[in-house]
Design a protein around this ligand. Sequence first.
Ligand SMILES: *Cc1c(COP(=O)(O)O)cnc(C)c1O
Length: 416
Amino acid sequence: MDNRYFHPESLMMSHGYKPALSEGAIKCPIFQTSTFVFNSAEEGKAFFEVAYGQREKGPNEELGLIYSRLNNPDLQILEERLCLWDGADECAVFESGMSAISTVMLEFLRPGDILLYSKPVYGGTDHFINKVLPQYGIKGIGFTNTQSSEEIIMEMKTKGLGQKLKMVYVETPANPTNALFDLDECRKIADAFSNEENDIVVCVDNTYMGPLWQHPLKLGADLVVYSATKYIGGHSDLIAGAVLGRSKHMKRVRTLRTFLGNMAGPWTGWLLMRSLETLKVRMTQQAENAEQVANFLLNHPKVEKVYYLGHLEAGTKQHAIFKKQLFSAGAMLSFDIKGGKKEAFTFLNHLKLIKLAVSLGSTESLAEHPATMTHSDVSAEDKETMGISERLIRLSIGVEHYSDIIWDISQALENC
Ligand SMILES: *Cc1c(COP(=O)(O)O)cnc(C)c1O
């Protein structure tokens, strides 16, 4: 058994949990406790030395439990399980995707630094980069997937900004149009300005693909962030986030989390462990359903254009990136309805099974209007270049029977 490679989905029910430590309970209990009792003063001292990085862990030493802001079994076991999907050394779970993202940015950026970020990014991330970080003297510069790495490197050089670059932050596929960014190119930009004193980190928000369909750490990224609210949680019943990467970077992320105190609680950790047991079956079904829905929309007379990764044309650059980086076309798709806002709203107001709500990746299908909802904050100019028009509708496909989802879309389109 020790030599066998088990797939992550085979380990989601048991990995990292020892029933003997919990009265034989087959499932990890909820450790609803703030603090943990030490067996001796010496043990307490030893635990703190490791937790505060005063010395490295011994060969067979486990991280001792101290206080739930530092560690808690429901978080620790969950973090070990999340590492299996992405091939990470370490993971830290947060109370939201935004706390995961903001903690990473605050840890790796200092006043005077520059952050390069892909456009468009999630609205909350955009706000943090453009409204919050400037107050700390940190500047974000956006780039689109029409710019090559050579172009971006040249621009940074001519403006003399290379030495100030500290992070390349990428969201791929981008929300809501599924535009893809080449992670090799992002790595190239970081490497062009990295040296011994300047370790530029590449951070990828992998929320849209979940841990199943894209593994950025194997594609040159240093850090992966998730809104665990989406596919990882998957049931629209919690808010959480996660950061994954190599120990070198994760030590820093975990330490800042300890002092900002924005870790998730044990109840959220327990719910996420429960969610992870079905991650593969949920996401696989969602992707199969999405393919059916996308194909239905493609031929519908009231639909102008479908944005679905499974429809990318062979021979295009986007298709090449898709082949290189993704294992699936995913379960997020958007479409332009014929007409404008009026038709889009009529469609949304006539849905019977699909829920009209933001968020994504959940068991139930969701629909929303990016231009006036998730992306209403984006400037008119940026909306135009990114294709976020008033005709655009975004769908997150769930686990319902695909024929019911298609029936609902079909009857709602009849009203438009
Ligand atoms: C939802 C989302 C976030 C923010 O996560 P929260 O859990 O809501 O804080 C960040 N990035 C992407 C791509 C998201 O979809």
